[in-house]
Design a binder for this molecule. Sequence first.
Ligand code: GAL
Length: 758
Amino acid sequence: MEKQSNGKPSGTTLFTRRKALGTLAVLAASLESVVPVKAGVQPARAAEFTENDPYGRIASGGLSPNDITQVYPGIWKIHFGGPSEAVTPLAFRTAGADRAAIGALPEVSAIPLDIAAMSWTVSARGVSLQMPMTTEEHIYGLGLDTEIFDMTGRRAICCPSDQPQDKMNYSHAPVPFYVSSRGYGVFVDTARYAWIYTGNVAPVADSSETASPAPAKAVLSARELYQPRTLTRKTMMIDVHPSRGVDIYIFGGPTLRAAVQRYNLFSGGGAVPPLWGLGVHFRSASQMPAEHILALAQRIRRERMPFTIWGLEPGWQSHTYPCSFVWNKKNFPNPDKFIQEMKGMHYHMNLWEHAFTSSVSPMFKKLKPWSGNYLVWGGLVPDFASPQTRKIWIDHHERIMFSKGVDGVKLDECDNQPYRAHPWSFPEASVFPSGLDGELMHSLFGALYQQTMMEPLTRRNLRTWGLVRDTYALAAPLPYMVYSDSYDLGCYLRGVCKQGFCGLLWDPEVRQASSVEDLYRRTQLVIFSPMAVVDCWYMNLPPWLQVNRAKSNAGQLMSDHQTVTQVVRKLLELRMSLIPYLYAAFNEYRLTGMPPIRAMVMDWPQDPKTRAIDDQFMFGPAIMVAPLLTGQSTRRVYLPHGTWYDFSTHQQYKGGRWLTISRPSEEVPMFVKSDTLLPLARPVEYITPETCFDVTVHVFGESPEPITLYEDDGMTYDFQKGKQNRIAITWAQGHGKVQKSGAYGGPVRYKITAFQQA
Ligand code: GAL
């Protein structure tokens, strides 16, 4: 499963009804070399319980050399227990692994974990496995639970949910991949809701070491009673049920960041946005009719607010919960004309939808045999794992969206609500024509939906950049950002720090605000998101005209809206000036697997002070952002070793210490690492195929590292066939040099107009 030679994703692994599981088993096996089932382990059936086993285990054991295969440089597959299930994330991967890029990472010659200390058990519940951990080890990742940063010492359940503020690891992206501060990563290839115990369970075999002395005094508070115990030995335990066997993949580092890079390249490499995708995105009120949208879009252009993407929320459809996938003629009497007018104003169009299909939809009849056996909100649940469903879906969407020039989508409601008083979405016991059950489908639903919806654009050789509310493992090549209804700024920020641990892009957005200061602080986070979104789905006015939702819907402008508009414009322009730098970071994401936005611990894993930092992050190779939250006038920032510069004032700071900083509400604290060449563009208002950025290169430090900008058409996949230029920028002895190489011959993207020393 390598990438195709044209570099496009290798196409999705699909399978047909009835033959489904058989086909999948073959596909899964063909991915890499076949791993023999461990000798002595039979496919488990209840009858195989041995009378003699005191625990009622069906089978258990350690690993033999046959269980271990090196699949790529520094990546090992290990098989635990009986036969694995056929339906796994790998069987549905979006793209093949990038072997050449994996090979270019630092060499790791041996499995970074002690194989002799690994074991497994198969019981009637399923398979569980144990792997060694050290007591000082920290675990990160497992998706986008925005409450918890350091995942050590927890039971993390990889179950999709629409509530990412959760302590159980339920989230919009519950990914069974983690990395360790010891510099390795582990991916559990399962679409079951894996339960991952990150060093808080004690096997009986460790009993002598973990026996704690009797407490000196009586414990009289529940808090003390249940506080986490310090274990003298730690074990990672992974419980996958009801599977009888499971494959895991171990990714060598040698650093935490290199382990993540290896995982991202194994997933197919990071997605590269179209250039327009990095521009700012506005979403108008759900039921706003076309004529009002056009007027607002014109106003935004008049006010020079730099927006490139326009999103339509549910009101473009005639029915939405469930969806008809038919234009609402009352709001949009002439959709083609409307889209052309918006495009004439240089907006790229993004349309909202969710998958649950109404009986009034023209797709309903055709889809019925290719859907799950339970409805959601009265709508069919399409089986995106079957090619028939995908065909029906794509043909219809071609007609209503893509042939009209829609460039992207927002795929809503594809997560789940598993545990509130009124859960919604399809039950885990659902069955689908492809052979998936509801649990497997929940895990894979978002990823399959994304694959389906990018296909019509990929076929046109067009990149896309969209939004999705659920994703899963191996997601790096998927050009969709995960968003949420949750709106806590601190949790948004933690998600920004966490996204890089598991090949995901997370997207805080601005909606209403509790005050003007709150609006500024929220905007200051959004401009550092992979897609910068202002989402007015429940507000008539943009938040820079009115932050309050009720007043916005009553059409009342804030008295200071002109000042607020100016401040917000300046912040959005800051985003626009970072586009060449960010585009380069995304190209590196594809080529090296390096996440464009990262937690501090990823770049400084040896510095213990970075281990718990969940409120400042690296943006691209050299910028560190330390946002202030609403109500904060000061905060502590950690500057790792080296020299740092304040982005705005260029004041120098010595690193290796904490700093207390303050900033007015209009400003976001940003620092630049020394020895950096930072390209900053004169902000443009929107991005077109002809856009050329005027770039000034800011020189920080005496001997800055060279940087590369990537120049291509910004829209198609031709860059993967070599139609891309590299613009190498260097600085030596007080002079800057710019060298271009490559086979792209289209419109010039960057004019390097000046070098400026900080
Ligand atoms: C929500 C979604 C919002 C908005 C809304 C429209 O579920 O998260 O962003 O699109 O649906 O109904």
